[in-house]
Design a protein around this ligand. Structure first.
Ligand code: PLP
Length: 418
């Protein structure tokens, strides 16, 4: 049995956590440990160069790219040739969606979900418009803000080309049944296309184990730098048409979807972030994620016990403490009498960093009827968060909830002074 993860032992390794603040903004981006910061600086300090030259620094860059592909391949249960780097997940997804569309016929169908971040919806809407494809939207179940997979199954047919879905919601934390969805997609002859951006700091984004064809994630959500990663099934990466400059190499296959000079320093930081994660499992990534998961489940139970019990607080997302396995420690809520922005401001004044708004989970906020009310507040925990930070969140929300109705409120966004 692995030792429980001790966040107090981890925290000194993350310089930013020395600030007197509860960083509950993890779903928007995590903090980085010193080893990641040092790897980024180290690449620049030692002498960076573009790849393809015959001199030492360029050879170092080539070695770094290969190491980054290997490392991301291991994390994502893929082969190094299947890994493409990009500016971020959104940019990669737009590019890949174009590639799929070019290989489709007018009238072909794409299924997206109302649980997804718009980065896995808007690219499909865009290419559908350009190429005459049909986009179908899988709804949420009424309770608990989870995906209605039975309804999704009903949308599939022999025209379906892609089922684009999130592995976990960046707004309410619900985890989807990826294996089931991938199986349904494959039975219909479609590709299973997974957004692992929110999932990756909490569960291993293992493409092979989840059975998906394309998986995308972003290291800045799992303690690394700003970068996008796509793991693309090799035969697809080899055959799809890509937007690329003519002299660029065709190998490795996923490289065909990389345009221009990438951030080598971000690749160095990503290698360090994955290495650091692996260290939590004594060299084993699955063991590392098991420790993360156990710690996060403890935090989740505590939040679910206490946050919805505060008078005036409504929690969106799976509320049952016994269903911790079905969610990440990301909590979406509103406080009666206060706008989400006002709650976030009041919490920020107490040193509790949370988000307000829709966090680009647009369809979900619309489904929950929250979009026209400024969305909701989101507090997201990561492996470095502590039980003391649960206390700090709860105390700060109690304070806001105890205010006279409207005291923490501000004018709705569109009426706010410029
Ligand atoms: C679930 C999810 N998908 C996609 C994205 C977009 O990722 P990126 O910022 O790398 O484009 C985000 C960013 O918040 C996200 O949370």
């Amino acid at each position: 049995m692995a030792q429980p993860l001790d966040p107090d032992a981890l925290r000194p390794l993350f310089p930013a956590l020395a600030r007197d603040a509860a960083f509950l903004d993890g779903p928007g981006g995590s903090q980085a440990p010193e080893v990641v910061i040092e790897a980024i600086a180290g690449h620049l300090r030692n002498g960076t160069a573009n790849d393809g030259g015959v001199f030492a620094t360029s050879r170092d860059t080539i070695a770094l790219i290969e190491e980054a592909r290997r490392s991301c391949a291991e994390l994502t249960g893929s082969a190094p040739e299947e890994i493409a780097f990009g500016a971020n997940m959104t940019t990669l997804n737009f590019q890949l969606a174009h590639a799929v569309a070019r290989a489709s016929e007018p009238g072909d169908e794409i299924v997206v979900t109302d649980l997804d971040h718009d980065a896995n919806v808007a690219p499909w809407l865009r290419v559908a418009e350009d190429h005459g494809l049909v986009v179908k939207h899988a709804p949420l179940r009424a309770a608990g803000a989870t995906l209605d997979v039975d309804a999704l199954a009903g949308l599939l047919n022999d025209r379906t080309r892609v089922v684009a879905f999130t592995l976990a919601s960046n707004a309410v934390g619900s985890i989807t049944d990826a294996r089931r969805i991938a199986g349904l997609a494959h039975d219909a002859g479609a590709l299973a296309w997974a957004d692992a951006v929110h999932y990756a700091p909490h569960r291993r984004p293992d493409r092979a184990a989840l059975g998906v064809d394309v998986l995308l994630c972003s290291p800045y959500k799992f303690f690394g730098p700003h970068l996008g990663i796509a793991a693309i099934r090799r035969d697809l990466a080899e055959t799809w048409s890509a937007d690329r400059v003519r002299p660029a190499s065709e190998y490795p296959p996923a490289h065909r979807f990389e345009t221009g000079t990438p951030s080598f320093e971000a690749m160095a930081g990503t290698v360090a972030a994955i290495e650091d994660l692996r260290g939590l499992g004594d060299g084993d990534l699955d063991a590392a994620y098991e420790r993360i998961r156990a710690h996060e489940e403890t935090l989740t139970r505590a939040v679910l016990d206490r946050l919805p019990a505060i008078d005036g607080v409504t929690l969106y997302g799976i509320p049952e403490p016994e269903r911790v396995a079905d969610r990440t420690p990301t909590f979406c809520f509103t406080v009666a009498g206060s706008t989400p922005d006002a709650v976030a401001e009041a919490l920020a004044a107490e040193g509790v960093y949370v988000w307000s708004g829709n966090y680009y989970a647009l369809a979900l906020m619309e489904s929950l009827g929250l979009e026209e009310h400024g969305g909701a507040v989101r507090a997201g925990f990561l492996h470095y968060n502590t039980m003391a930070e649960v206390d700090r969140l709860v105390a700060a929300v109690e304070q806001v909830a105890a205010l006279e109705p409207g005291r923490a409120a501000e004018p709705p966004r569109d009426e706010a002074p410029a």
